[in-house]
Design a protein around this ligand. Structure first.
Ligand code: SF4
Ligand code: FES
Length: 253
């Protein structure tokens, strides 16, 4: 502890300022509600707090029934994607100082997936599409004994961007095609197919390209760029989808 802290406690003017922020949260309890409803909560916050901190404060201090997913709290696990002021974001990466707190902050579940409770949706349709594109390395020959499968820096760079996906569903659930057609694979599944289609060590690109050439595959994309704007990892999602379309037309990666 510094001497200044011991002898000179900060003057009131130096204290970090807090604000009362109003959150409007779209609630839904399947046991009692027939329709979702909005509920407001006032929360004391600092500029450096995140929306996830507000949800925790509400749950721990005001209403323990508020239901949401989160795990890492640091933008890695992808479990707390939600619509904040109408835009898909991770609650743990959204700082209060970046929002206009002169108005209420709207928080609701992501769209296009079945609503289960409050901010939680059923992610199974999202993961079913992910599994369908075979998102794992498939090499048909064994590596030389005692050797790694060598890949050049340039070969790795081709799919570097799509390795960053954390499967948060912010892209897929911001896509208007996905909202109207739940059968569409969606941007996240295509991103994860891209990650292996363009991997020089993989031998099954053709299988994935055939899967995505389906009527619910890449051709449903209307290039609205919502996915790229929503991605908290900064992945160029629309570009990845365009590269998969080109690979299908070429018949190879
Ligand atoms: S591409 Fe981005 S927005 Fe989509 S699931 Fe992956 S990390 Fe989330
Ligand atoms: S809680 Fe893990 S990404 Fe936000």
């Amino acid at each position: 502890m510094s001497t200044a802290t011991l002898e000179h406690p900060p003057a009131e003017a130096d204290a970090i300022q807090s604000f009362t922020v109003t959150f409007l949260i779209r609630r839904f309890d399947p046991d009692v509600d027939t329709e979702p409803r909005w509920q407001d909560f006032d929360v004391e916050m600092y500029a450096t707090d995140r929306v996830l901190d507000a949800l925790h404060k509400i749950k721990w201090e005001q209403d323990g029934s508020l239901t949401f997913r989160r795990s890492c709290a640091h933008g890695i696990c992808g479990s707390d994607a939600m619509r904040i002021n109408g835009r898909n974001r991770l609650a743990c990466k959204t700082l209060i100082k970046d929002l206009d707190i002169s108005k209420p902050i709207y928080v609701e579940a992501i769209k296009g997936l079945p609503l289960e409770k409050d901010l939680i949706v059923d992610m199974e349709p999202f993961f079913a599409s992910y599994r369908e594109v075979q998102p794992f390395l498939q090499a048909n020959t064994a590596a030389e004994p005692g050797k790694e499968r060598v890949q050049s820096v340039a070969q790795r760079a081709i799919f570097d961007d799509t390795t960053k996906c954390i499967l948060c569903a912010a892209c897929t659930s911001s896509c208007p095609v996905f909202w109207t057609d739940g059968q569409y694979f969606g941007p996240a599944a295509i991103v994860n197919a891209h990650r292996f289609i363009f991997d020089s060590r993989d031998d099954e690109a053709k299988v994935r390209l055939d899967i995505l050439n389906d009527k619910e595959g890449v051709w449903r994309c209307r290039t609205t760029f919502n996915c790229t704007e929503a991605c908290p990892r900064g992945i160029e999602v629309t570009k990845a989808i365009a590269e998969v379309k080109q690979a299908i037309m070429r018949g190879r990666p």
